[in-house]
Unconditional design. Structure first.
Length: 197
């Protein structure tokens, strides 16, 4: 529905690129959707209409209580009026989407505070007196390493953050602990006839 509205020049999508050659109107993951567009009343009315049509066509209920309208460089009065039309609450940037902060500066240490705090909270409840070395290793690799790896799959961490996470692990578990964090690139030969990603 959103693609049809953008194609027919009804919904004013957000332009990305130097000459705004790519028009971005929505992002979806599972049952979460982010609708992105310019601030105008036509867009607000079209978003409301699309959400109500989605309910009628699919039978899925849109939870307006959990929905949020967030603006960039928009006056708070316009944002609150648009949120009342959409029957949702207003939000501010940065906000969390799927557990990740959106629109933060990952080069700053304050951006990573939530990750470090979560690791510290998880480590504070574990008492390693009753865990064997193998048990501590499994706990470290499977449970605790998943927190920073999830963040690091989206953002590049400063070296100070990686060092502080490793120091937490060393203090709690003893010995030498290294997080092997890297980015990987997938390469294949043969093109689409052979298959690929």
């Amino acid at each position: 529905m959103m693609k049809a509205l953008v194609t027919n020049n009804l919904f004013q999508a957000y332009g990305v690129g130097r000459q705004e050659e790519v028009k971005l109107s929505y992002l979806q993951f599972a049952d979460d959707t982010i609708i992105i567009g310019e601030n105008c009343w036509l867009n607000v009315c079209l978003i409301r209409a699309v959400l109500l049509l989605l309910k009628e066509v699919s039978g899925l209920k849109v939870n307006f209580y959990k929905s949020m309208l967030t603006g960039v460089n928009i006056t708070p009065t316009w944002l609150s009026e648009a949120a009342s039309v959409l029957n949702c609450r207003t939000g501010s940037i940065p906000f969390l989407y799927l557990g990740l902060p959106i629109c933060g500066d990952s080069r700053k240490l304050s951006f990573w505070k939530s990750v470090v705090d979560r690791i510290r909270a998880r480590l504070s409840v574990w008492n390693n007196r009753f865990l064997s070395f193998g048990g501590r290793l499994v706990l470290l690799k499977s449970v605790l390493s998943s927190l920073p790896v999830y963040f690091l799959s989206f953002y590049k961490a400063p070296t100070g953050i990686i060092s502080s996470i490793e120091s937490f692990f060393k203090k709690k578990f003893g010995g030498v602990v290294r997080l092997y964090l890297f980015t990987c690139e997938l390469w294949w030969s043969g093109g689409s006839e052979v298959g690929g990603i």
